[in-house]
Design a protein around this ligand. Structure first.
Ligand SMILES: Nc1ncnc2c1ncn2[C@@H]1O[C@H](COP(=O)(O)OP(=O)(O)O)[C@@H](O)[C@H]1O
Ligand SMILES: [Mg+2]
Length: 367
């Protein structure tokens, strides 16, 4: 029996997803074992975790060897436990006897720097690291409207819209599903606010793109790509995420809602709709191979694509640990496929030779 390992930072995270997966494991000839990196004993290489008992339909506490196949669903924060787990996961990724379904992607800035030299470069918003508040002021003078985002961010956390008016500066963000607006009377006051922010974490800066509907709701297209049981990339589905009127984020975690891609497309003039579909399909046909060439093997990615009011198309974000909410909403018929996918790809990996798969390792630990 193949043991399929699920690695998380908390035994409470994504429990519904893992319960469904684990219930299907036996039909694939697999058993599921959940564990946290911090529970590994480095001397015995045993780990305390929970194995799914398919008869009792529940999890049993158990100590087992580290599974040879690992589905990494660790979401790191700034907390101590995250900091403790990062080097352990790095060590695991380096071990020849353990295969990860996907090895993750680096931070947003490294991702940008790698993809900007490929044929997808024209779809990337220019991104620049911020060394100090001077960088922000210079950019603001030339661009007028910019976006600041943490290079290690996720779920829309810590994203700021900054707009320069004649004298004042307008800053907008979304926190706990609320839009927060602030006007600074001059640059000096803005700098006073910026300096501690930039000290806390690393930020990048992008031009603000008008990615809103006519009703001033920010929106984007979210696509889930996964490898199938033969290791071949394919699209599972796509949906439109729509944020609050006057807001800046379309993330579901920030309160966004979902409509189907076809419903949204039918609201556009047919020629514009066809053009957008072709462009999105082109991006998706190239992206997985580009990422796996630049970095390490992946199992799945969630891609955020923005469509600006002027019709331009932008790759906003690529997530190696994507959520499934948009697809569960737009394609409820896909649920079982999505629960089975990691198991089937894990099975494929356990049956194929892994030596070629990870021939180098660095800079892959991130979101
Ligand atoms: N340059 C930009 N211009 C306008 N809106 C943006 C820009 N970048 C991101 N957004 C909005 O913010 C959301 C979150 O940004 P993203 O880069 O995906 O970060 P996260 O990793 O936090 O999801 C996007 O889905 C989009 O709605
Ligand atoms: Mg995103």
């Amino acid at each position: 029996m193949i043991t399929f390992g699920i690695m998380t930072l908390s035994m409470e995270s994504e429990i519904a997803y893992f319960n469904e997966m684990a219930s299907l494991a036996q039909s694939c000839g697999m058993e599921v074992f959940r564990f946290m990196p911090s529970k590994i004993d480095p001397h015995t290489l045993q780990v305390k975790g929970q194995k799914f008992d398919s008869k009792a339909k529940g999890w049993l506490e158990m100590e087992l060897p580290i599974p040879a196949i690992v589905y990494d669903r660790c979401f790191y924060g700034e907390d101590e436990h995250s900091k403790q787990c990062l080097p352990i996961v790095s060590w695991l990724k380096n071990r020849k006897d353990i295969t990860f379904l996907g090895y993750g992607l680096p931070n947003k800035l490294e991702l940008y720097n790698a993809v900007k030299n490929t044929e997808l470069s024209s779809y990337l918003p220019t991104s620049q690291s911020i060394s100090d508040s001077g960088t922000v002021l210079n950019y603001l003078t030339s661009m007028k409207k910019i976006i600041l985002k943490p290079i290690n961010g996720a779920q829309g956390y810590g994203i700021y819209y900054v707009k320069k008016n004649d004298k004042t500066i307008h800053v907008k963000t979304e926190k706990q599903k609320k839009i927060i607006s602030r006007i600074f009377p001059n640059e000096a006051k803005l700098v006073q606010w910026l300096q501690p922010l930039l000290k806390q974490r690393s930020y990048l800066l992008q031009p603000y793109l008008e990615l809103s509907t006519n009703e001033q709701q920010p929106f984007d297209i979210r696509i889930l790509l996964q490898k199938n049981e033969q290791g071949i990339w394919g699209e599972r589905g796509r949906g439109i995420r729509i944020g609050s009127t006057g807001g800046i984020l379309s993330n579901i975690s920030a309160g966004g809602s979902v409509v189907t891609f076809s419903e949204w497309l039918s609201s556009l003039p047919p020629a514009k709709g066809d053009y957008i579909r072709q462009e999105v399909d082109f991006i998706l046909s190239k992206l997985p191979a580009i990422l796996e060439k630049e970095f390490l093997p992946l199992f799945e990615i969630g891609v955020d694509i923005g469509i600006a009011k002027n019709g331009s198309i932008w790759i906003l974000d690529i997530n190696s640990k994507p959520g499934r909410k948009v697809l569960f909403h737009t394609r409820p018929d896909l649920q079982e496929t999505l629960y089975l996918a990691p198991l089937l790809y894990g099975k494929h990996l356990s049956q194929t030779e892994q030596i070629e798969r990870k021939n180098y390792y660095e800079k892959t630990l991130s979101h």
